[in-house]
Design a protein around this ligand. Sequence first.
Ligand SMILES: [Zn+2]
Length: 469
Amino acid sequence: MQFSRFIFILIDGAPYNVFHELIENDELPNIKKYIINQGCLKKAVSVFPSTTGPAFIPFFMGLFPGTANVPGYRWLSKKDILRHKYGRPGLCSYQGADGLNFLVDLPDQPTLFNYFSPVSNIYNLLTKGCSPVDDRTRRTKPLAYAVAHFFHKVWQHVTAVASQELIKAVEAGDQFISCLFSAVDGHSHFSHIRSTAVIKSYKSIDQTIGKMCQSLYKSSDLDKTMILISSDHGMTNTGTHIDVARCLDRSGQRCLHYPLIWRRNVKSASMVSGNGMANLYFKIDATDWGERMPFEEIDRRGIIEFLLEIEGLGLVAGQSEDGSIIVQNRSGKGQISYVNGTISYKFDQVDPLRYNTFHQNLSSREALIETYDSKYPDGLVQLSQIFRSHRTGDLVLSAESGYDLRARYEYPEHRATHGGLIAEQMLIPLAVNFPIETEFIRSVDIFPTVLDQFGHKIEGFEIDGQIVK
Ligand SMILES: [Zn+2]
């Protein structure tokens, strides 16, 4: 066995293309020297929704958000909305203090933290399996993040603290260190994905990695430490905000949405993630949310037609009466069937996913490879997995590049977006200091692949990821 220590660095909101450009231009010299030159830089695929929270689960647990039953940064549970669960009426947003509910909502399965000791966590919000004393920033994180959200200069301070804590954990000899750097995402939302503040944030992470590797070298641990750098999601610049909630109000589907979650007499709900994705829910009658409403019924009510008229809405997907997934845009309609673990796809008129090929009985891996270099990478599997969760909307929406789905109550205004199924938001960098041969890798494969490198086997529970070599 080659490695005895593992350092996992997540750069929140780093799109593959921006990261790749910075490496090519020698702007991240330490990451290039210590990580990529020793191993590789891969273009990996995140999950749908490509957003903080749900997109952390694959790395730490090997599960898709749909399997983990966490289908968004915000969601509604039709089953629980009338019952008060954990003191909230079946509604969820991981914003602010409610972020703590994220841990409660995760399935009862091991995380990376359960396989190593001692461990350290820095700013990462998926702390299941990490004892509070090992969560180095648990006390300072809520306030620091809240302030940084409104006053963007504070991200610099957050990065500095993360860097200090990372070096301390390395020097303490911890076997597993998980460290999240959030400034790239924070600055991108406020400016754009290549702004001066964003690039500066990448460079300060690179400097920290240089210091970290020198420290590992001094203690003769550099060769024994697996170092993995990735991101939870990519990002695109935003020019237009679509007010989905107001559109639903105007179409007669009075809409429940954050922060107006106590609105009365609603007929629908919009739960936006990241903000390029939304889960939409519809009541079956004036009082009852019922169960998941089939795509055909929503169509009969005229809602699909009305949604497709909204400019910038890339895809509308829902579940058919026969259990298959229907995906539609203005130019065509596709159908994804998942039978006996294989995926088939067909479409009418123009393929809304732009694959332009019918597929029959693909394995999950084949479906990944077939769709890798497309507008919607891994779209067939990603649209299937999200509907496994009963908390997923009757419809899920994915915005086009340049648009998001939340026009009000987002302060400061978001100028960059993630959450959607488009390539620029789904593709993430994966830099590791050991070689991986395949060009096709999902974030969900990292959990079993890392554990395999340390000689651990996945036993007694199921995951979505596969070991990649
Ligand atoms: Zn974000």
